[in-house]
Ligand binder design. Structure first.
Ligand code: HEM
Length: 97
């Protein structure tokens, strides 16, 4: 993946409705803030194959989650920071420059 993973596009779709419902007693797996706050524990659970308890994730899924967690648990895929689009100074009549 060229851009670092983001929660909405890459991580949230990994969690089934079933995962979310089962885990609501601890956190909401469809909520960025909750998953980010618990990312280290969640990573440990999926790495160890303990969760989801009805079948461990394949290694590439675990790896994707790890990249996301270690990349700062971003809400969105990162966009390259660009300069503000409008840099031209426009002289507005009547406004002091
Ligand atoms: C900090 C990480 C986690 C902890 C400590 C944790 C702990 C638990 C516990 C204590 C249960 C109840 C077990 C039972 O009823 O016997 C449970 C159920 C479940 N968890 Fe997690 N969990 C974690 C992360 C996850 C993640 C990331 C997923 C999905 C990817 C997940 C999917 C599930 C599912 C599907 C169940 C229901 C199992 C069933 O009743 O068949 N959990 N979890």
């Amino acid at each position: 993946m060229t851009t670092p993973p983001g929660f909405e596009a890459d991580i949230k779709p990994l969690f089934r409705q079933r995962d979310r419902s089962a885990m609501l007693f601890m956190f909401d797996l469809w909520d960025h803030a909750d998953v980010a706050a618990n990312a280290a524990d969640i990573l440990a659970a999926i790495e160890g194959g303990d969760m989801p308890c009805d079948g461990a994730w394949p290694p590439e899924r675990v790896e994707l989650f790890r990249q996301w967690a270690q990349g700062g648990a971003q809400p969105l895929r990162s966009v390259r920071r660009r300069r503000p689009a409008c840099r031209r100074r426009t002289r507005v009549p009547g406004r002091p420059s």
